[in-house]
Design a protein around this ligand. Structure first.
Ligand code: ZN
Length: 161
C-alpha cells in the first residue's frame, strides 16, 4: 500500500535545522501517526511522502514556504500583562497556545518590561529550512470513522473514546 490521500501513516522522523541540530524526533517505540492529505504535516513533507510505502527511508529538505512559513513582524506584538490572567509569572521564553484567526498557534514570550509583554506568534520553526529523515513504518487505508475524526485510531492512535 502506498501513501495517498486518506491513508493512515505511521513513520519515524528526525527533524534537523541547517546547522544539523535535532529539533524534534519521534519516540523510539511510538512512531508518529497521521492521516495523509489533510494538512497534519507540513506541505513539503506531505508531497515527498506521497507514493511511498512501508519500509521506505527518505531524506527531505523543506523550504520555509513549504514548511512553517516565513516569519512576519506583524505577528510580534506587545500586550498588557493582565491579558494573561491565568499565569502568575511571565518570563521570556515561555510558550503557550493561543487561538488566533488562523487557528491554534504557539505564542512565545520575547520580552517583559513592566506591565508590557512582547509576544511572538510566529511558529517557532517559521523561516527555517527543515531537514527530515523519515522511515515509513506502516500505511493502511483510513476508516470512515478516522476520516470523520481526523486522526488515527487503534494501536498507536488516540484513545479518547
Ligand atoms: Zn477519534
Amino acid at each position: 500500500m502506498q501513501i495517498a490521500k486518506d491513508t493512515a501513516v505511521w513513520l519515524h522522523y528526525t527533524l534537523r535545522n541547517d546547522a544539523g541540530e535535532v529539533l524534534d524526533e519521534s519516540e523510539k517505540d511510538e512512531p508518529l501517526n497521521y492521516i495523509h492529505g489533510q494538512g497534519d504535516i507540513v506541505p513539503g513533507l506531505e508531497k515527498a511522502l506521497t507514493g511511498k510505502g512501508a519500509g521506505a527511508k527518505l531524506k527531505v529538505s523543506v523550504e520555509p514556504d513549504e514548511g512553517y512559513g516565513e516569519r512576519s513582524d506583524e505577528r510580534v506584538q506587545t500586550v498588557d500583562r493582565n491579558a494573561f490572567e491565568n499565569e502568575t509569572e511571565i518570563v521570556p521564553g515561555m510558550q503557550f497556545q493561543a487561538q488566533g484567526p488562523e487557528g491554534l498557534s504557539i505564542v512565545t514570550v520575547v520580552q517583559v518590561v513592566g506591565d508590557h509583554v512582547t509576544i511572538d506568534a510566529n511558529h517557532p520553526l517559521a523561516g527555517q529550512r527543515l531537514h527530515f529523515e523519515i522511515e515509513v513504518v506502516n500505511v493502511r487505508k483510513a476508516s470512515d470513522e478516522e476520516l470523520e475524526h481526523g486522526h488515527v485510531h487503534g494501536e498507536g492512535g488516540h484513545h479518547h473514546h
